[in-house]
Design a protein around this ligand. Structure first.
Ligand code: PEP
Ligand code: MG
Length: 754
């Protein structure tokens, strides 16, 4: 390697000394550029910092005109420095002026320098600035030099992220690392939350990045990689884990990466430049993140996520935190930020302190979303790279209405949201005032409004809302959040509490709906190509009747002396219903024979959520006591669009003739047979969709607690005959285009509160 006085390790040691000196921020930067230039035998070393306005400002230089410092400002689409910042990748050129992106700034006097090496200053994959060295001669920088400069940039990233440079900036042009962010995502759970960031998986803070002894750091890294490999092998050998389809795939990918020579070599190289093992892992992880953020191929992005997870495991090991994350102490007003999480993990937090939830992934009908809604937590999903862009404690606003997130919001945005929160509180008071009024449309049609529930935390909502009943009690939620199969007695206790809370009001219990996206962590899953179309819900219940039988027994016992309403999920052919009802009858006989008390009345029905039932409606309605339409699944299967897959979940609009015709056929069949039908999917929970459902004949809707007030307020203002007259011809006209706009226009013209 040419030049490099003492090499990168000496440089890092000197940098450490400068970092510790009690000097001003500007002096520190000035000393750093001198050190780097000398160490790399470069005539120029400059630091450019990315500002909140998206431009790059020269913060320090050795070699260029000092008078240009803080005056030279470049756009991010300008010059070589801009390219490095934009692409987050190093550029090394022996003849910079020949490069098409080269742009010349006369005030810097850089025209005499021919070779150029620029590296991004990255933190968690985000560009904070650019570090450049230049030489007069045509010089080719070696790989080692590029590597060394990148390592040095990591130290600069810490300085920028610490916020100490803000004092050097004019207002409005501060370093961008702590800038306010406004990111659009997908609204998952209604509500607005103002609070402070809590990372669900806390970042592992690497406090020591500069190595004392490179050989021992290499040994630490090798040992950590070895331990990581062994632990993944052990997990893969573990029967229980290995059988779960998706989980296994992830572990396989982990194993592949843990043996990836390129990845390991990059980390080893970083150690060779003078970083500690954890410093090296962090540096390579940051590069990976930067690449991940610029990747459009979803598959490759997912693999990058795997690599990111793996780096975290390594970091945990190297920093002695391999026992998993420590329990997090929530501040008041916590907003949980995560890539994704399980419903059980959300329930583990102290609800009273959570104001919101922000996810990089998430889907509108996933169970995590359902739990967030049950807990009344504002949630936004699909928020790109949110985990990498926040720090614990940052101020954050979650707008679960508009699907927006504001990080480190400016005072005016915060004030506007605080006002919105007050306004919403007032609206909630207005909804509360509707509590005892009937849900009757303006033209006198009664619509029964029920609640969807599944957890103990849902029960107070019955009283709060004045709901007619519980239209869907998802019994699997108790199973999903438990760490082992709930015993029959535990099930019995929950069902009894539900019936007690409901009092005289009807409750529809759905038998276990597991499989598909509803995974029980303690149950051995069968590996399936298409779990959503697989061995799930009633299919599993009929094939392994022990589980279904004991649940039905618990339900029958819980309803002693009262009415019990039961529905079976995912029924595809009427014979499945016959078989399930037969199990209920056998259990009733069993209880009777053993002298147990019995329910006064047992009504059995189905969840209508598989399209094949659309072609058995008469056979079905002549058998069942009542039906409930699961539009989440019905729409998923109608359009063959996975409800949990964010790329396709919202691709087709249920407010379009194909879906509305299917839903209307069900309502018509129920009316023909004089049987009751409720719509309990998330469709009913959105006022505009609820309006369409009422228009096509639904008189019973079951909604999430937070949607109860808005849907009720809308229905009480609705002229049902008028909307039916608008909707019917649109559906009859056919086509597949959404009628959402037309409905919204009707609602607006009629002054409906939506
Ligand atoms: C549905 O499918 O619409 C439904 C209500 O059930 P779940 O969301 O629990 O599948
Ligand atoms: Mg369903």
């Amino acid at each position: 390697m040419r030049g490099a006085l003492g090499g990168p390790r000496v440089l890092l040691r000197r940098l450490r000394e400068v970092m510790a000196e009690p000097v001003s921020a500007q002096d520190r930067l000035d000393k750093i550029v001198v050190l780097i230039a000398a160490n790399m035998v470069a005539e120029v070393c400059s630091i450019y910092v990315l500002r909140v306005d998206g431009t790059l400002e020269l913060y320090a230089t050795e070699g260029l005109n000092r008078s240009a410092v803080h005056l030279t400002v470049m756009r991010i689409d300008e010059g070589l420095v801009g390219t490095v910042a934009r692409e987050a990748e190093a550029i090394s050129l022996s003849n910079a002026q020949a490069h098409p992106a080269f742009s010349y700034r006369p005030e810097t006097g850089e025209e005499i320098y021919h070779s150029f090496l620029g590296v991004p200053i990255l933190r968690a994959g985000n560009t904070l600035g650019v570090l450049v060295v230049q030489n007069r001669a045509h010089r080719t920088y070696t790989e080692e030099e590029v590597e060394a400069l990148q390592t040095t940039a990591m130290v600069l990233a810490e300085i920028i992220a610490s916020g100490e440079l803000t004092a050097l900036a004019v207002p409005g042009a501060e370093p961008a690392s702590r800038r306010p962010l406004h990111i659009n995502g997908l609204a998952l759970s209604d509500g607005i939350g103002l609070g402070h960031v809590v990372l669900h998986e806390p970042r592992i803070e690497v406090t020591k990045v500069i190595a004392e002894d490179v050989q021992s750091e290499l040994a630490r890294l090798d040992h950590a990689v070895e331990t990581l490999r062994t632990s993944i092998d052990m997990l893969l050998e573990d029967e229980g884990v290995a059988r779960v389809g998706e989980h296994r795939e992830i572990l396989e990918a982990y194993r592949m990466f843990a043996h990836d020579r390129g990845w390991i070599a990059r980390m080893r190289e970083a150690v060779m430049t003078g970083l500690t093992a954890e410093g090296a892992v962090e540096r390579v992880q940051s590069d990976t993140r930067a690449r991940m953020l610029r990747m459009t191929d979803p598959y490759l992005r997912e693999r990058m996520h795997d690599l990111d997870d793996l780096a975290n495991r390594l970091l945990r090991q190297l920093t002695g935190r391999s026992g998993g994350p420590e329990p997090i102490q929530l501040p008041e007003n916590a907003v949980i930020v995560a890539r994704n999480m399980s419903p059980a993990a959300l329930l583990d937090y102290d609800r009273s302190r959570i104001r919101g939830l922000v996810l990089e992934e998430g889907a509108a009908t996933s169970h995590l979303t359902i739990v967030a809604r049950a807990l009344n937590i504002a949630a936004v999903g699909h928020v790109e790279n949110i985990v990498g862009q926040v720090d614990p404690g940052d101020a954050i606003i979650v707008d679960g209405v508009g699907g927006e997130v504001h990080v480190r919001p400016p005072a005016d945005v915060e004030a506007a949201y605080a006002e919105k929160v007050r306004f919403r509180a007032k609206r909630l008071e207005q909804y509360a005032a509707l509590r005892d009024l009937p849900t009757v449309t303006r033209d006198g049609v009664t619509i029964e409004l029920h609640l969807n529930a599944g957890l103990l935390v849902d029960l107070p909502h019955i009283e709060e809302t004045g709901a007619t009943g519980i239209g869907l009690f998802r019994t699997e939620l108790q199973f999903m959040i438990a760490s082992a199969f709930p015993r029959t007695n535990e099930q019995l206790r929950l069902y009894r509490s539900v019936l007690d809370s409901a009092g005289e009001r009807p409750v529809v219990f759905r038998t276990l709906d597991i499989g598909g996206d509803k995974v029980l962590p303690y149950m051995r899953a069968v590996e399936e190509e298409n779990p959503a179309l697989g061995w799930r819900a009633i299919r599993l219940g009929l094939d392994r009747p022990g589980l279904l039988r004991s649940q039905i027994r618990a339900l029958l016992k819980a309803a002693t002396g009262r009415e019990l309403r039961l529905i079976f999920p995912m029924v595809s052919v009427v014979e499945e219903f016959d078989k399930a009802r037969h199990i209920v009858e056998r259990e009733l006989t069993h209880l009777r024979r053993h002298g147990h008390g019995l329910p006064d009345r047992v009504l059995v029905g189905v969840m209508l959520e598989v399209p094949s039932l659309l072609f058995q409606l008469d056979e079905l309605f002549s058998r069942i006591d009542f039906a409930s339409v699961g539009s989440n699944d019905l729409v998923q299967f109608l359009f063959a669009a996975d409800r949990g897959n964010s790329r396709v979940a919202d691709r087709f609009d249920p407010l379009s003739p194909p879906a509305l015709r299917a839903l209307k056929a069900i309502a018509d069949a129920a009316a023909r047979h004089g049987k009751s039908v409720t719509l309990c999917g998330e469709l009913a929970s959105r006022p505009l969709e609820a309006l369409a459902l009422a228009a096509i004949g639904y008189r019973k809707l079951s909604v999430s607690p937070a949607s109860f007030g808005p849907v009720k307020a809308m229905l009480r203002e609705l002229n049902l005959a008028a909307v039916a007259a608008v909707v019917a011809p649109l559906i009859e006209a056919g086509g597949s285009a959404s009628i959402r706009q037309r409905l919204a226009a009707f609602a607006e013209a009629s002054g409906l509160p939506l």
